[in-house]
Design a protein around this ligand. Structure first.
Ligand SMILES: [Zn+2]
Length: 307
């Protein structure tokens, strides 16, 4: 079964100087796990608003070829890839520095598919969930949604505060997504989604990638594959069959469920899902179909024939 993953921090780890062989996502582990489409994040949140987030993103992007896999900067192929491949996203809108021309720059340079509007700091776009009750998106954020709509770039609400999430629903034609967040009803942390948010994503045909970080799966301090299944079950109960996928957060997490320590272990989860009673067709949607479908829908809106 081929796997698609909507979030990892592998480029950040590479830019920080990590050895390729020790990463949770690399070509060998992708091959071993059947992971053929990885969304590689340019993680620029850690600088807050005063650093050099833009330059960090550029430096991370320069690391992409070290992975030795196909990276789609332009039009996606007609068929789902069967060899290790990737697309690029931004995590932390700081990279744009409050400038709309940066959006176009990253679109052309990196074929950005989604932007997590904030990481855990306030930025020029809006406020993170981690800061507690805060207003919705700032004027630049609202203007950005409009441009992202026209370019076919999804607004990723993982890390974003709830008011900002509802702004995406209200002001954007593209559906909201959460590339690496779980169900707050099962694990009450700000990084997870409320049932109302999950329902809104489902109603609009968006996407949710299940995060493997132990502390977003359970409050017990130790996670198993069963915890991942519980979050998937909960999203299914809300009608999420066509929106739930996988957003591992590999190379960005220091605790993970037993049996899901890196990309080579995705098959353990697939086996668990089938054993748990999900049908082949359901598991295929979850493993890659839903994310592929999402990416293809935006890809069709993109104007690739323009210079
Ligand atoms: Zn993150």
């Amino acid at each position: 079964m081929f796997i698609a993953d909507s979030h990892c921090d592998t480029l950040y780890a590479l830019a920080k100087g990590s050895e390729l062989s020790g990463l949770m996502v690399n070509r060998d582990k992708m091959l071993a796990g059947g992971l053929t489409l990885q969304t590689l994040a340019l993680f620029t949140g850690s600088k807050g608003t005063n650093g050099t987030a833009y330059q960090d993103a550029i430096d991370m992007l320069a690391c992409k070829d070290q992975l030795g896999i196909d990276i789609y900067l332009g039009k996606l192929p007609d068929k789902y890839p069967e060899v290790p491949s990737a697309v690029i996203s931004i995590e932390g809108g700081e990279a744009l520095e409050g400038r709309m021309d940066r959006l176009y720059e990253f679109y052309h340079m990196a074929g950005i598919r989604m932007i997590a509007l904030t990481w855990n700091f306030e930025n020029e776009i809006g406020y993170p969930a981690k800061l507690g009750p805060k207003p919705g998106l700032k004027p630049f954020g609202l203007a950005l949604l409009k441009e992202m709509d026209s370019l076919g770039i999804y607004a990723d609400a993982s890390h974003l505060n709830e008011a900002g999430f509802w702004d995406i629903c209200e002001h954007m034609s593209l559906p909201p997504i959460a590339s690496h967040s779980n169900c707050r009803a099962l694990c009450d942390v700000p990084r997870n989604l409320t049932n109302d948010q999950i329902k809104a994503i489902i109603a609009r045909g968006g996407y949710i990638g299940i995060n493997f970080y132990t502390n977003f799966l359970t409050s017990s301090g130790k996670a198993t594959l069963d915890d991942v299944l519980r979050h998937i079950d909960a999203m299914y109960d809300l009608g999420g069959e066509d929106v739930v996928g996988l957003g591992s957060d590999f190379d960005g997490i220091e605790k993970w469920p037993e049996g899901l320590s890196n990309a080579s272990e995705f098959p353990n989860l697939i086996e668990a899902l089938l054993r748990h009673g999900y049908t082949d067709a359901q598991v295929e949607k979850l493993a890659h179909g839903n994310l592929w479908n999402l990416l293809k829908r935006a890809d069709a809106l993109r104007k690739y024939d323009e210079a």
